[in-house]
Design a protein around this ligand. Structure first.
Ligand code: ZN
Ligand code: ZN
Length: 131
């Protein structure tokens, strides 16, 4: 894949044989048509709700593959990902469509599992709570 241009919305940025992609200028997602890229760019961006080092929990209970039982995580925000359209299936299945029509952020959180192992997860703000 050659990068041809990577500047403005609507410019051809990647060409793979005959395939051309248009880029959203907010999330850099590639689309087949300019219209789709413009539609994506028109979506609002969710403000940052958590910062690096924030202590948080997840609204669901976590499970361990080695030890029985579920537990409430006590995690630390280790990375804030750049805004992107949410995963559609996850958004509708687990978040009740709360992130429809926006560029949402994911937060990488690190925590200790009940088995003692170090774990990490990607979470949306809507499923996190400050500790
Ligand atoms: Zn976008
Ligand atoms: Zn574990």
């Amino acid at each position: 894949m050659d990068k041809i241009q990577d500047k403005k919305l609507g410019k051809i940025i990647r060409r793979r044989r005959t395939q051309v992609e248009f880029l959203c200028n907010i999330c850099r997602t590639g689309y087949a048509t300019l219209k789709q890229a413009q539609k994506c760019a028109a979506m609002p961006t969710e403000p940052k709700k958590f910062a690096l080092g924030d202590r948080v929990t997840w609204r669901e209970l976590a499970r361990c593959s080695k030890k029985k039982g579920s537990f409430r995580i006590e995690a630390v925000v280790a990375r804030v990902l750049s805004p992107n359209p949410p995963d559609e299936e996850y958004n509708s299945k687990w978040l009740g469509g709360a992130l429809n029509g926006m560029h949402a952020r994911q937060y990488e959180v690190h925590f200790r599992c009940i088995c003692g192992g170090a774990r990490e997860m990607l979470l949306y703000a809507t499923e996190m709570k400050k500790l």
